[in-house]
Every structure is written in C-alpha cells, then in structure tokens.
Design a protein. Structure first.
Length: 369
C-alpha cells in the first residue's frame, strides 16, 4: 500500500493507452441503461448496478485485492474500465481512503466549478460557467478570492487530466463524488464521464458569499436550476467542512462537531442557539435555518439522514451535470464503491469511533495508506 500511487501510475501508463487510444472517442457513444429515467439520470448504474446504498452491513461490492492494481474484474462497461484506475488514484493516492482535507476540498471544488453556471447568461448567449473542470484547466480561476483555500487541491488535481488523457470536467467531478463517498455516511452519487473541455473561463461574481442575504442566495441557486430544497440539501455538505478564511483567527474550525462524517448533525447544530467548541457557523447557514423561505426545508433534515441522503444525492447529480448534455455522457456509476452507512455504527445517537474505524478499515481497505 506504501507504493500505491507509484504502482498505480505505472499500471495506468500501460493499461490506459491500450484500452482507449482516443479517450474522447467515447463521448458520443453513451451506453444505454435499461433502468435509466428520462434524460438518463437515474439511481441505477449501467448494467444494473444497484445504486441503493448497501451500507456497512453486507452486500458490499468487491473492493479489490488492495495491491494497488485497479480491480476491473467486475467492470461491465468497457468505456468505464480506464476510470477504475483513475478512481483508485484519487480515492487511494490522494484521499488515502479517508474524509481528510483533500476529500473535503474536492467536494467544495465541485461546487465552485459548477456553481458559476447561469441560465440567465446561457439565455443571452454569453460565456457561461458549467460543471466543466475550468477550475483545474484555467490557471487564474483559483486565484479569485472566493476560491481561497482551494489552491492545494487544484494543484494536486490540475496535472491529472493530461496525465490520464481525460477531460478536466470528468476528472474534477469524479473527485467530487469520491470526496462525498470518502466521508463515512456520504451517499453513492452517480458518476458520469464524457464532458468536453471547458469552452471558456468561468464568469466572475457568481459564487455565493456567506454575507449574501437569503433571497439573493435563493435567486442565485435558482439561476443554476436549483430549488430551495436542493439548496438546503447541498449546503449540508458543510457537515464535513472546515473554514480558514471567514475568520482566520479561528482557522480550521469546522461547521459542525463531527467534521469527519457526513451526517445531519450540521443541521441541528446550525439551527441551535448555542455553538459547540471549535465550531464556526457561517452566517448564510444560520440565516437558512431561520429564514421563513428556507426554514421548513432546512429543518426537514434535522435527525433525518435518510431524506438528506436522497435529496443531496439528486442535487449533487444535478450540480455536476450543469451546462452538460447528459445524452452525450456515459454512466460509470459502476466504479463507485458502496457508501458506509452510519446507522449500524451509531450507539445512543452518536457514531461510535471504534465501530467507525472498523468500518473504514473494512470497506475502504484498498485505498487506505
Ligand atoms: C450558500 C451557499 C454557500 C456558501 C455561502 C458557502 C460558503 C463557504 C465558505 C465561506 C467556506 C469556508 C471557506 C474557507 O474559509 O476555507 C465553505 C466551505 C465548504 N463548502 Fe461551502 N458554501 C456554500 C455552498 C456550498 C455547496 C453547495 C457545497 C457543496 C455541495 C459546499 C461545500 C463546501 C465544503 C465541503 C467546504 C469545506 C471545505 C474544506 O473543509 O476544505 N458549499 N463554504
């Protein structure tokens, strides 16, 4: 496992070119999944891979033999085969199988890449943002103030598209869904490949600030195509978030008291009048928990992991497809490992650290280092 990354890159150098000499040749040849809903967005992966989270109590897919060589023995779609190795490079080589700084930053990066999409700009035919990977393609985007804190993950991910011969958007948004999954409790979101290269640098001034009033935030997310329910589900990603730039004096404070797990404690603690030690609440999140337009959807997720999982999964899927044409993409959800379900790890309402670590050791073994 120590030589995981090196070995993996060597394997990929041999395997990738022989599998797909032109990595973009797949973009117009999407395999149809009989289980697809309208537009191809569904809960099933291709070849009948069931997207229902099997959890930590069994029915977990084969996770490989842990020797750093991508296990493609269960691959069903040839177009997805090269992506097993890229998955392992991200989940193992970068995240080390855990919900650490890189995994969390990749989730935020997915939002900052896609969150510059605007229906209004699109309608006017103006240069638009999209879930296109421009954040790791254009060297100037990450220098914008609103992207402070994303520089380390951008430096790590930027070379990978060229190294693997894939598009920046596919690479970045695979990292985003793997980042969610690396956090225990994080749902298994569908993975799509085939995004073309970015058309332009993302327009400025479209990413939200914690100081924006709620109506402005609702309007901005509506311009991306999100409902209030989507928005309330998406900000739950702060469940595993830390801040460094909102209050630098409190750098590394988290947004809830369980930063290592993808749970709904964020909603309860944000709405509560008190603040746990080492937690910083963003003004925008607190406002969401009180404002009449968002109160109901925000409070719906308190103590309701199941509803949040479902709503987050569909909102994130929408986010990572913004500005993309799904009919030209390939559904590679088959390469997504199972989610770690927190239910069986919870004793008296709290996730037990020993059970949690045992689940990570068991279900993330091939990627731990
Ligand atoms: C109302 C909209 C949002 C606002 C105002 C907002 C604002 C912020 C701010 C200020 C930070 C801390 C940055 C720092 O100081 O280091 C942060 C972190 C984070 N945000 Fe958001 N955010 C929003 C929506 C989202 C969405 C939609 C997602 C993902 C789906 C997301 C994911 C994250 C994550 C994972 C972090 C933690 C990153 C880390 O720990 O390194 N945010 N956000």
């Amino acid at each position: 496992m120590r030589h995981f990354t090196v070995l993996l890159l060597l394997v990929l150098a041999v395997v990738l070119p022989s599998i797909n000499a032109n990595p973009y040749s797949y973009s117009s040849s999407r395999q149809t999944d009989p289980g697809d809903g309208p537009g191809g967005v569904d809960n099933d992966g291709p070849g009948g891979v069931d997207d229902d989270d099997p959890g930590a109590d069994g029915n977990v897919p084969d996770l490989g033999d842990g020797n750093g060589i991508p296990d493609v023995s269960n691959a069903t779609n040839p177009l997805c085969v090269p992506w097993y190795g890229i998955r392992d490079a991200i989940l193992g080589g970068i995240f080390h199988g855990r919900c650490g700084d890189e995994a969390r930053a990749s989730v935020r990066l997915a939002f900052h890449d896609a969150g510059t999409f605007s229906d209004a700009l699109k309608a006017q035919g103006l240069p638009n943002g999209a879930a296109d990977g421009s954040m790791i393609w254009d060297p100037t985007e990450v220098l914008r103030t609103e992207n402070d804190g994303l520089q380390p993950i951008v430096s790590i991910l930027s070379p990978l598209p060229a190294q693997f011969g894939v598009s920046p958007g596919d690479l970045l948004h695979l990292a985003g869904v793997l980042g969610v999954l690396a956090c225990p409790g994080g749902p298994r979101i569908n993975a799509f490949i085939g995004r073309p290269f970015p058309l332009n640098v993302a327009p400025m001034g479209l990413l939200p600030s914690p100081e924006d009033p709620v109506p402005k935030l609702i309007a901005r997310f509506a311009d991306m195509g999100f409902t209030v329910r989507d928005l309330m589900a998406l900000v739950g990603a702060h469940s595993t978030g830390k801040q460094r730039f909102v209050d630098p004096a409190l750098a590394n404070s988290s947004f809830d008291s369980t930063v290592d797990i993808w749970d709904v404690r964020f909603y309860a603690e944000t709405a509560a009048p008190t603040t746990p030690p080492d937690v910083l609440k963003l003004d925008s999140d607190v406002n969401f928990s009180h404002n009449a337009s968002t109160f109901h959807e925000f409070h719906r997720f308190i103590n309701n992991q199941e509803d949040w999982d479902e709503d987050y999964r569909s909102a994130h899927l929408k986010m990572m497809l913004l500005g993309q044409n799904i009919s030209t993409l390939t559904n590679c959800t088959e390469l997504m490992p199972a989610s770690i379900n927190l239910t069986n790890l919870t004793i008296n309402g709290t996730v037990d650290p020993t059970l949690l670590e045992a689940a990570i050791q068991k279900y993330r073994a091939p990627w731990l280092s």
